[in-house]
Design a protein around this ligand. Structure first.
Ligand SMILES: NC(=O)c1ccc[n+]([C@@H]2O[C@H](COP(=O)([O-])OP(=O)(O)OC[C@H]3O[C@@H](n4cnc5c(N)ncnc54)[C@H](O)[C@@H]3O)[C@@H](O)[C@H]2O)c1
Length: 299
């Protein structure tokens, strides 16, 4: 097997590269960023997917499968700069799909998002739930999904819940877990947006990487699958759980809710469990402990 990971220098991509290589799969990465957590056995190309040179990589390597993770991954950035969001999340995805078709890639696995379930009519949301949008990010992810479905390629569309774990960048527009942990190990003030009762489904990155690896090896195709734990955790409880692993002494500051944020999110993962014979195993307490240990070593 010869697999391309776009965005393989990023958080989920770097864990996915390690998992594929451990499974004996030849792994190539395209990312415009310099990899911070490089796997010596992967081949890296530092390129923007919108750069025409990207096609050369497809021509050179006969990929069996592409895991397309490259994206601008922030809801807030998409609200502030929808043009950047559309360029990275729509145009770059269309190029990847077109290169897959042109160079006979058999299967594409893409990373969509729980952001598509913006206004849940029931919880936990399953893949049949109608989609709705509170941000350009959700629109761009949904647009990518529709291009994938029309492509004629074998595909798996993953809709990730909130992924957390070691290597998540706590700076800029990162996920809440990494932002909280970095502040709490340094005993710095932090903000909780809204009343903190908003809920998320936090899934550990090693489990997500395992699902990507299984998706490559599985005959499953033509499916949309939630990647989640089916467990709802509010931000106030997340704060308390991280506090238990640190010596944090401050109370959180309260800040206004953010545009584009969803109130409640928890995703049913039964379909993915059936299709890939796996569901995320790492309990939040264990995943947070691992992540705090990583952050203490790194920051
Ligand atoms: N982290 C989460 O909780 C989460 C949740 C839902 C969906 N996702 C999706 O999963 C994927 C991976 O997310 P992540 O958390 O690892 O983000 P990340 O920012 O760590 O990784 C994304 C990588 O893509 C690269 N990239 C972006 N645009 C590019 C382009 N045009 N050309 C080349 N490289 C480009 C970036 O340099 C980065 O290394 C993204 O598609 C994201 O939208 C993530």
């Amino acid at each position: 097997m010869n697999v391309l990971i776009t965005g393989g220098a990023g958080f989920i991509g770097s864990h996915t590269a390690d998992k594929l290589i451990a499974a004996g799969i030849t792994t190539v990465v395209i990312d415009r960023a310099k990899p911070k957590y490089k796997n010596d056995q992967a081949v890296y190309y530092r390129l923007d997917l919108n750069d025409p040179e990207t096609e050369e990589v497809f021509r050179t390597h006969a990929f069996d499968c592409v895991i397309h993770l490259a994206a601008q991954a922030s809801v807030a950035v998409s609200v502030a700069d929808p043009i950047k969001d559309a360029s990275d999340n729509i145009m770059a995805s269309v190029r990847v799909i077109e290169y897959c078709k042109k160079y006979n890639v058999k299967k594409i696995i893409v990373s969509s998002s729980a952001a598509l379930y913006a206004v849940p009519q029931y919880l936990p949301v399953d893949e049949k739930h109608p989609v709705s949008f509170l941000s350009p990010y959700a629109i761009s992810k949904h647009t990518m999904e529709e291009y994938v479905k029309l492509s004629g390629l074998d595909y798996i569309i993953f809709r990730y819940a909130n992924v957390y774990g070691p290597r998540q960048d706590p700076h800029g527009e990162a996920g809440v877990v990494s932002i909280f942990i970095e502040k709490m190990i340094k005993n710095l003030p932090l903000e909780i947006h809204g009343d903190g009762e908003q809920t998320r489904d936090f899934v550990y990155v090693a489990d997500v990487a395992e699902m990507n690896c299984r998706a490559v090896l599985s005959p499953a195709s033509g499916v949309v699958l939630n990647v989640s734990t089916n467990t709802q955790t509010c931000v106030n409880d997340l704060f308390s759980a991280i506090k238990q692993n640190t010596d944090y002494t401050l109370a959180p500051n309260r800040a206004p809710s953010r545009a584009g944020d969803i109130k409640h999110s928890v995703l049913n993962n039964a379909l993915a469990a059936q299709a890939l014979d796996f569901s995320p195993k790492t309990a939040l307490a264990d995943g947070l402990k691992e992540t705090v240990e990583f952050f203490k070593r790194t920051y």
